[in-house]
Write a protein that binds this ligand. Structure first.
Ligand SMILES: Nc1ncnc2c1ncn2[C@@H]1O[C@H](COP(=O)(O)OP(=O)(O)O)[C@@H](O)[C@H]1O
Ligand SMILES: [Mg+2]
Length: 285
C-alpha cells in the first residue's frame, strides 16, 4: 500500500517572538481535534518551545488521566539535510500533516523546510519592525521600497516549485502571512500596515490572514500544554476565551488545508422501515 506524502505546514520567519511556536502548537492541536493525523518537528533545538509544549501536554494528560489529542512531536538535532529528510520520511509515514516549527533566524534547515513547504505560515506582529522581514518601506510615504532577502528566497522557491509542480505532482506552495498578537497598535499604524501588506502581497503573492490576538491566556496555558480547544479541561471560561477559540478556528479555516476524507461509516444491512414491517406483519404502522 502506498501512502501519499503528508502536507507540510511550515511556521517560519527570521525573527523571534512573533508567535511561530504558539501558532504551530494551536494549529497542530486544532487539526488533531478535526481527526487528522499530525506529526511535528521542532527545528529550534535551543528553545524547542513547540516540543516543550507537547511534553507538557503529555504530562498533563497522564497526570489527569485524560485524553488530549495532539501531534506526535520530535526535535530535529541532526546536522545535515539528508538526516532531516530521513526523519521527515519516518515521522511522516501515514500522517496527514507534518508541521515544522523553526528558529527565528536564518538557519539552513529552516530555509530547507520553508522552500519545501506546501503551506508556509509567516506570523508577524503588527509593527513595521516585523514587516521589515518581508519588505522595506519608505520612511515618508510608507510605500514598499524593496523586498527582503527572505521574501526573495520564498519568491524564488515558489517559482521553482510551480515549474516542477506538475511533473512531481506536488502542490503549489501557499504562503500565508498571519497577523499575530493584534490589538495593541493604534488605528493609524494599522492602516499603514494594511496598505503596505496589501501592496506587498500583490507583488510577492502571499495571502494575509488574521491570527491570534494578544491574550495572556496564550502564555498561561504553556506549562500545562493545554490549548483553548481543550474544552472541559480548562475550568471556567470567560467570554473572551470563547472569542479566542473562535479566532483560532477562523485562523485554521483560513489556512485552507486539505483535510483527510472522514472514514466512511460502516455499511449496515438496509433496515426495513416501520411501514414495511407493518405491511409484512399485517399491523398498522
Ligand atoms: N497571541 C498571543 N498573545 C499573547 N502572547 C503571545 C501570543 N503569541 C505568542 N505569545 C507569547 O509571546 C512569546 C513568543 O511567542 P512564540 O510563539 O514563542 O514566538 P516565536 O516562536 O516566533 O519565537 C511567548 O511568550 C508567547 O507565549
Ligand atoms: Mg519559537
Amino acid at each position: 500500500m502506498t501512502f501519499s506524502a503528508p502536507h507540510r505546514i511550515v511556521f517560519a520567519n527570521e525573527k523571534g517572538g512573533t508567535g511561530k511556536s504558539t501558532t504551530a502548537v494551536h494549529v497542530a492541536v486544532a487539526l488533531s481535534y478535526q481527526g487528522a493525523k499530525v506529526a511535528a518537528i521542532d527545528l529550534d533545538v535551543r528553545q524547542a518551545t513547540m516540543h516543550r509544549y507537547c511534553e507538557n501536554r503529555a504530562e498533563t494528560a497522564s497526570r489527569r488521566k485524560i485524553d488530549l489529542p495532539g501531534p506526535l512531536c520530535e526535535v530535529f538535532d541532526g546536522s545535515t539535510v539528508e538526516e532531516l529528510e530521513a526523519q521527515v520520511a519516518r515521522l511522516g509515514q501515514g500522517m496527514d500533516f507534518l508541521i515544522f516549527d523553526t528558529p527565528g533566524r536564518d538557519d539552513p534547515f529552516a530555509r530547507h523546510v520553508a522552500t519545501e513547504a506546501d503551506t508556509l505560515v509567516t506570523p508577524m506582529n503588527d509593527s513595521f519592525v516585523d514587516f521589515d522581514l518581508i519588505g522595506q518601506v519608505d520612511a515618508e510615504s510608507f510605500k514598499v521600497r524593496r523586498l527582503s532577502f527572505y521574501a526573495e528566497l520564498i519568491w524564488e522557491a515558489r517559482l521553482k516549485r510551480s515549474r516542477t509542480a506538475i511533473e512531481q505532482q506536488r502542490r503549489q506552495m501557499d504562503w500565508v502571512v498571519v497577523r499575530n498578537r493584534t490589538g495593541h497598535s493604534d488605528a493609524r499604524n494599522q492602516r499603514r500596515l494594511d496598505q503596505a501588506l496589501g501592496e506587498l502581497s500583490r507583488r510577492v503573492g502571499f495571502r494575509v490572514s488574521h491570527g491570534l490576538s494578544e491574550r495572556v491566556v496564550y502564555r498561561e496555558l504553556f506549562p500545562s500544554g493545554l490549548t483553548l480547544l481543550d474544552k472541559g479541561h480548562l475550568g471556567e471560561l470567560g467570554t473572551s476565551h470563547l472569542v479566542a477559540r473562535q479566532e483560532l478556528r477562523t485562523l485554521v479555516a483560513s489556512l485552507a488545508l486539505p483535510m483527510p476524507a472522514k472514514d466512511a461509516p460502516p455499511i449496515k444491512p438496509p433496515n426495513k422501515s416501520t411501514a414495511q414491517l407493518a405491511l409484512e406483519t399485517g399491523k398498522a404502522a
